[in-house]
Design a protein around this ligand. Structure first.
Ligand code: S3P
Ligand code: PEP
Length: 441
């Protein structure tokens, strides 16, 4: 059902990258903007929504459950919500495509409505673990029937009224946290989540923007979150900032291609998302966060990045959660630094769209970069700024971030790097190639 024609493509040097550009709306914030406005009463207006495939999977699911979602212009969407408790029984299985965030957050929403929904997805999503949400959500009284190993396809039989739950996260995961908070919206009483390690807090910030009573307190280095249920969300205007996880690829290109200087405007620099930029500064990268401001409760800045001599580094453990999706492109950046770079504590990377540790180790070997894989990490030997050998073919494995990371490596390689399939890039950054070409022109 999800088979697509592979789009093989070669990436070689294009010369220095120069000029200003923008990136798509933040994917995490876009999912939440659609879900919360679809749940609010009245008409919300979203500006800067990501047009990527993952966010469109969320839009299709919210429509299938009763919301009206219409595109009113470039990146502008209008959503008529159903009101908390008002989700309708979907007529067919909800197709989540490649999107883990859509799946796990919507499982939380469905769990506390009187509806039953089946979730399906592509081959990558169908390998990803869902027990991390099934187990805590089962305590609401909802029932789950999953494929072996807690995988898709799976069916959620929601319950209303549900029981409020109190849960301490076992893995640092904003998706699990958000699934439980979303389940709490249509539940009497207070839903509580404790996260020992803080993760991206877009759900908390945006629920507050939609008028929900949500309290966050710091405790023992983590966060206690309490959400008052039977919440009425009020329709809102939401402006979605640029996606730092997409900007990361352009920043990487500017850092490694000699002579480059690039500005990326209006990027989210939420401290729980901006770990990569801090790490690159520690490595000697010339990255400035200009014109800092706040947009609808989210910190935003313009990134100014220049080609830099980078020093290898051991990634400080406290930065890992705030750059969890940026490790594939960071491994590529490390391949151009001086000396060896190392990162550990990355077990979660093995359960993303691909096993990102082994996919990156295999790809780096393919382009002539020495890298050593360990159960939870990777060590990369850098070229000291010289072009890497390149050549070879990278298997993108239905993982947009693997495809984009090696495309960037090709921009400073002795021989072009071939990617077997660039189609997955459309899940988060459909204009990736044209944006790079625009900066090189
Ligand atoms: O909540 C979110 O929007 C996301 C949380 C992270 O996943 P985990 O919760 O599995 O760490 C991240 O990798 C994903 O791309 C988006
Ligand atoms: C892990 C990612 O997304 P998701 O979990 O939503 O599939 C990602 O975009 O890197």
């Amino acid at each position: 059902m999800h088979a697509h024609d592979p789009q093989p493509m070669e990436f070689g040097p294009l010369g220095p990258l120069q000029g200003s550009t923008r990136v798509p709306g933040d994917k995490s914030i876009s999912h939440r903007a659609l879900m919360f406005s679809a749940l609010a009463r009245g008409r919300s207006r979203i500006q800067g929504l990501s047009g990527g495939g993952d966010v469109m999977s969320t839009a299709a699911a919210m429509r299938a459950m009763g919301a009206t979602i219409a595109r009113a212009g470039d990146g502008i969407w209008e959503v008529d919500g159903v009101g908390t408790g008002g989700l309708l029984q979907p007529a067919q299985a909800l197709d989540m495509g490649n999107s883990g965030t859509s799946t796990r957050l919507l499982m939380g929403l469905v769990a506390t409505h009187s509806i039953t929904a089946t979730f399906i997805g592509d081959a990558s999503l169908s390998r990803r673990p869902m027990n991390r949400v099934i187990e805590p959500l089962s305590r609401t009284g909802a029932e789950f029937t999953a494929s072996p190993g807690g995988r898709l396809p799976l069916t959620v039989r929601g319950i209303c009224p549900a029981a409020p739950i109190s849960h301490s996260l076992k893995v640092a995961s904003a998706q699990v946290k958000s699934a439980l908070l979303l389940a709490g919206l249509n539940t009497p009483g207070v839903t509580r989540v404790f996260e020992p390690i803080p993760t991206r807090d877009h759900s908390e910030r945006m629920l507050r923007h939609f008028g929900v009573d949500i309290q966050v307190e710091e405790r023992d280095g983590g966060r206690d979150i309490a959400l008052r249920g039977e919440a009425e969300l009020e329709a809102r205007e939401v402006q979605v900032p640029g996606d730092p996880s997409s900007a990361a690829f352009l920043a990487a290109a500017a850092l490694i291609v000699p002579g480059s200087e690039v500005r990326i405007e209006g990027v989210s620099v939420n401290p729980l998302r901006a770990g990569l930029f801090e790490l690159l500064q520690l490595m000697g990268g010339d990255i400035a966060l200009d014109n800092p401001r706040e947009v609808d409760g989210e910190p935003v800045a313009d990134l100014h990045v220049r080609h830099s001599r980078l020093r290898g580094i051991q990634v400080p453990a406290h930065l890992v959660p705030s750059m969890i999706d940026e490790f594939p492109i960071w491994f590529v950046i490390a391949a151009f630094a001086e000396g060896t770079s190392r990162a550990g504590g990355l077990g979660e990377l093995r359960v993303k769209e691909s096993d990102r540790i082994s996919a990156m180790a295999a790809g780096l070997a393919e382009i002539g970069v020495r890298a050593e894989e360990s159960p939870e990490g990777l060590a990369i030997e850098g070229s000291g700024g010289a072009a890497v050998p390149g050549g070879g073919t990278i298997l993108s494995q239905l993982d947009h971030r693997i495809a984009m990371s090696f495309a960037i490596a090709g921009l400073h390689a002795q021989r072009p790097v071939r990617i077997d399939d660039m189609a997955p890039v459309a899940t988060s950054f459909p204009a990736f190639q044209s944006t790079i070409e625009g900066l090189a022109a």
